[in-house]
Design a protein around this ligand. Structure first.
Ligand code: ADP
Ligand code: MG
Length: 256
């Protein structure tokens, strides 16, 4: 799905990433674990197409990533919701911009479909997707609320639902739960595992929390800093959903 080849990044004189090689398989839940400042956000912004590459390549399904695209959607650390839109409209927001890929465009346009030739979803489908996602992240009751009326966990749920609404092939997550209290974090971990099992989306999840990486993902890439590079690649071969108290996971944490 994603192939990162000998990736380098510098900001002026500062080398931030040096020679990263990463392959992300379709349907994989990959965590990128590393200390603060090692370049995790820089890396995931580059995958999202929000930051330029200084050397090497990022390929998404064999095509070089040069700009942001709806095939790879980033969930920000802060959630980044629109304060003037309610829950439903925040989730619906991105959908208006999602265009069908070439193949599905060719299947459309029979004159009967209400879908415009370029839109991936018809108006009814958009409405249905938003309703379904609000239920999936347990926010249906709160659909008319605005971001300032929601807790941190709820805001992050809206953010995840908004990203999923666009039906990206890869969901990129940059420490999405780091600002949440432990209990909320546990609930959202379970929800994200369930969403991943349901949708089989490819997820690239950045975190500085070993426990979180081991609990959630199929594989953990450990980054070292100055400059950032991959120092370990560790598969986590246990069935989902997992609990942090699972002794196998506690053992895995020691390995990392
Ligand atoms: P992490 O997400 O792992 O905490 P970052 O990717 O945010 O790390 O930052 C890695 C390094 O790159 C830091 O030293 C940071 O100061 C530097 N950096 C990040 N973004 C920029 C930028 N836009 N301009 C200059 N330096 C930056
Ligand atoms: Mg960061």
């Amino acid at each position: 799905m994603l192939e990162i080849q000998n990736l380098h990044k510098s900001f002026g004189q500062e080398k931030v990433l040096e020679g990263l090689n990463i392959t992300v398989n379709k349907g994989e839940f990959l965590s990128i674990l590393g200390p603060s400042g090692c370049g995790k956000s820089t890396l995931i912004h580059m995958i999202a197409g929000l930051e330029s590459v200084s050397g090497g390549k990022i390929l998404m399904k064999d095509r070089e990533v040069k700009a942001p695209g709806t095939d790879r959607i980033l969930v920000f650390q802060s959630g980044a919701l629109f304060p003037w839109l309610n829950v439903k409209d925040n989730i619906a927001f991105g959908l208006s911009n999602v265009k069908a890929d070439k193949k599905s465009q060719d299947r459309l346009g029979d004159g009967k479909s209400k879908k415009s030739k370029k839109d991936k979803f018809s108006d009814e489908e958009k409405e249905e997707r938003v309703e379904e996602l609000m239920k999936k992240v347990h926010l249906y009751r709160f659909r008319d609320k605005f971001p300032h009326q929601l807790s941190g966990g709820m805001k992050q749920r809206v953010s995840i639902a908004r990203s999923l609404a666009m039906d990206p092939e890869v969901l990129l997550m940059d420490e999405p739960f780091s600002a949440l209290d432990e209990q909320t974090k546990m609930v959202l971990h379970e929800e994200l595992q369930r969403i991943w099992m349901d949708t089989k989306k490819t997820i690239v999840f950045v975190t500085h929390n070993i426990r979180e990486a081991v609990k959630l993902s199929d594989r953990v890439l450990v980054m070292g800093s100055q400059p950032g590079k991959i120092i370990k690649d560790i598969p986590i071969p246990y069935a989902h959903p997992r609990k942090v108290t699972d002794p196998n996971l506690v053992e895995m944490e020691k390995v990392i």
